[in-house]
Ligand binder design. Structure first.
Ligand code: G6P
Length: 646
């Protein structure tokens, strides 16, 4: 996902922009660029590939003097990753520079319109349309200010955007606008910032404001003014960032992923312990009467979806409510049966995944109550939910999620116990036992981490396999889904997860001598069945690495080629412990294979949707209604079946 940084102040902008961009690298990108204003001229430098190329090209910003600028890491959507398509995009007369995160859906139509007016485009991107349209609007006789032009542009573009804009005619301000893509403002002394996420700013300020959809911000050295879609100035709530910059640094580890795995015990303590009081689960501020709901829909993408799979087993078993877990990217297209008696649980680390956001809005519009489990405080999903349970995992930088996954699951486990106790579907004794077991998880994860050399050893044995199958039943199946995803995303080994019982319906034909099967047998009640599947694949020559609980090691040792174990815990909690060895296994395999672990190819930490959803129109700001006639005259008015729109 693209990253944006902007700066206005008294320090040199370029080094600050580059530093900020380096903090956003984890989001995934394939080129980077910066634009700095100097004596009324906008100077741009871009470089394909790693940010380091841009840092070298600009001598860490020294070749771009100036105290006002914008920067961008681009994740290519429209047009291949190259210097031309990278942001910032500059308008034809060189006076407007734009960085953009999101997708302008109607860019082709606007591009055609501008081309008819004689505008020559340099790139294939949707973003360049914004720069050229800004220039065009600035030239209209009735447009007096950059803000006028910006609102006019916002009213004309459709899609998702976070925008950072410079205009050389106004060299004291950075302009920003947001719709369905994250953007926040950082406040400093005589300097102000914009960024896609707080990690880019935390070195400079901890005082931030999250922009909402439809808002525009004008940042100067001495202050920032935010306007709503009606172009009225508004006051925004300030948030204080309380985590240390070290939380977003590697702290001596070779990779963020390993650091974040090692942080799991601490993250789990933060997620769990404040929610247990006197041996019972409490969620401060949560007023959720589960008798108001007939069913639960869990909606998420990627690893968060896998947490939801575990959640389905546990919530159904403990609360006896029907639970469906649905991929957010499918939700809008599957005619979901949702109404005001539906509790929708939205799970998202970033709180910005657009498919998840779109599903949230769909569920909300159908009447569901939205409870989200989110890591990033103040993110869009958190703000649009009726209730938010934060995971408090701290910043997660590696693309492959680890501590966020574990804390999401811990929060969902706590919620399952909380709802079950409320509904009297488990006894007080069982609730106490489960709660105590949840409280013990951080120390048990510590225990697993302390024996990571053994996992590293197995990784060294199996790292050169081309194809791996994870098999398991019930919770072990859900666990296998995440183990398999971790392995394939960072090591590029083809890997699939199957419910063991499905092996005989096709997959077993792929098992041949030497195929690696990771057999998950942590779930005691189905251990014997898991064993029978191990026997089946062994009989066909597979190498089997098993994961089970400590007390079953003996029962397995003669039947498999390697064993990883986790401590004993209550059944619903097994996947939370089981995932840790699988995360480490994937990490060490990828390390052996020399992969770019923190930034795997083609993947991004936070994923925008390819197609925008919902209403894409920006409300007409009062002050520019005057321009309706003018736009009509210049051909920017569009007639549709429903009437006339800008
Ligand atoms: C990307 C990340 C995954 C994550 C998924 C959903 O694919 O690489 O780690 O699980 O998005 O993201 P979210 O932020 O909504 O949990």
């Amino acid at each position: 996902m693209c990253g944006i940084v902007g700066y206005v102040g008294t320090q040199q902008a370029a080094p600050i922009l580059l530093e900020g961009l380096s903090r956003l690298e984890y989001r995934g990108y394939d080129s980077a660029g910066v634009c700095v204003e100097q004596n009324g001229v906008l100077k741009v430098e871009k470089a394909k590939g790693r940010l380091q190329n841009l840092i070298a090209k600009t001598e860490n910003g020294a070749l771009l003097p100036g105290t006002l600028g914008i920067g961008h890491t681009r994740w290519a959507t429209h047009g291949e990753p190259n210097d031309t398509n990278s942001h910032p995009h500059v308008s034809q007369n060189g006076k407007i520079a734009v960085v953009h995160n999101g997708i302008i859906e109607n860019y082709l139509e606007l591009r055609e319109f501008l081309q008819q007016k004689g505008v020559q485009f340099a790139s294939q991107t949707d973003t360049e349309v914004v720069a050229q349209l800004m220039e065009y609007c600035m030239g209209l006789p009735e447009v007096e200010t950059v803000s006028d032009a910006l609102y006019m542009v916002l009213h004309r573009i459709e899609g998702a955007y976070a925008l950072g804009i410079l205009c050389s005619d106004d060299p004291d301000h950075v302009y920003a606008a947001r719709k369905d893509a994250p953007l926040l403002i950082g406040f400093g002394e005589g300097e102000n910032f914009i960024a896609s996420d707080v990690t880019a700013l935390v070195k400079y300020t901890r005082d931030v404001v999250y922009m909402d959809d439809g808002e525009v911000a004008v940042l100067g050295r001495d202050g920032v003014q935010v306007y709503n879609a009606m172009e009225l100035p508004i006051e925004k709530e300030h948030h204080h960032i309380d985590w240390e910059i070290s939380a977003a640094e590697k702290g001596g580890y070779e990779h963020f992923m390993l650091k974040e795995i090692m942080e799991e015990p601490e993250a789990l303590r933060r997620a769990i312990l404040p929610r247990i009081k006197d041996g019972a689960v409490v969620f401060d501020g949560l007023m959720l009467d589960s008798s108001c709901y007939d069913c639960i829909k869990i909606i998420a993408c990627g690893s968060s979806y896998h947490v939801g799979m575990v959640g389905k087993y546990n919530l159904e078993k403990l609360t006896r409510m029907p639970v469906e877990v649905i991929l957010a990217s499918e939700f809008r297209y599957c005619s979901p049966i949702v109404n005001e008696r539906t509790l929708a649980i939205i799970i998202s680390q970033s709180g910005e995944t657009l498919d998840t956001m779109a599903a949230l809005r769909e569920a909300k519009s159908l009447g569901a109550r939205i409870l989200s489990i989110v890591n990033v405080v103040g993110s869009s999903i958190a703000r649009e939910s009726d209730d938010v349970l934060y995971t408090w995992a701290g910043p997660e930088i590696a693309v492959a999620t680890t501590k966020a996954y574990s804390t999401q699951m811990a929060v969902l486990d706590l919620l399952a116990v909380y709802l079950a106790a409320q509904r009297n579907t488990i006894s007080a004794e069982e609730a106490n036992r489960l709660t105590a077991a949840i409280a013990a998880l951080p120390a048990q994860v510590e225990q697993i981490l302390s024996s990571r050399e053994q996992i590293q050893y197995y990784a060294s044995q199996y790292f050169n396999h081309d194809s791996v199958f994870f098999i398991g039943r019930n919770l072990d199946y859900a666990l296998g889904m995440e183990g398999s995803l971790k392995l394939k995303e960072i090591s590029y080994i083809h890997s699939e997860a199957y419910a063991s019982g499905e092996l005989k319906h096709g997959t077993i034909s792929l098992i041949e001598p030497g195929t690696l099967v990771i057999a998950l047998g942590t779930y005691g009640p189905l251990f014997d069945k898991a064993m029978s599947n191990v026997i089946e694949v062994k009989a066909r020559g597979a190498s089997v690495l098993a994961l089970t609980t400590e007390n079953r090691r003996e029962a397995l040792s003669s039947r498999v080629d390697g064993i990883l174990t986790i401590p004993e815990t209550e059944l619903p909690l097994l996947p939370l412990l089981g995932v840790v060895p699988l995360q480490l296994f994937a990490y060490y395999v990828a390390l052996q294979r020399g992969c770019d672990i923190d930034k795997p190819r083609n993947l991004a930490k936070s994923v925008p949707a390819g197609v925008f959803y919902g209403s894409t129109r920006f409300r007409l700001p009062g002050r520019i209604r005057f321009s309706l006639r003018m736009l009509s005259e210049c051909g920017m008015m569009k007639k549709t079946e429903k009437g006339v729109f800008l």
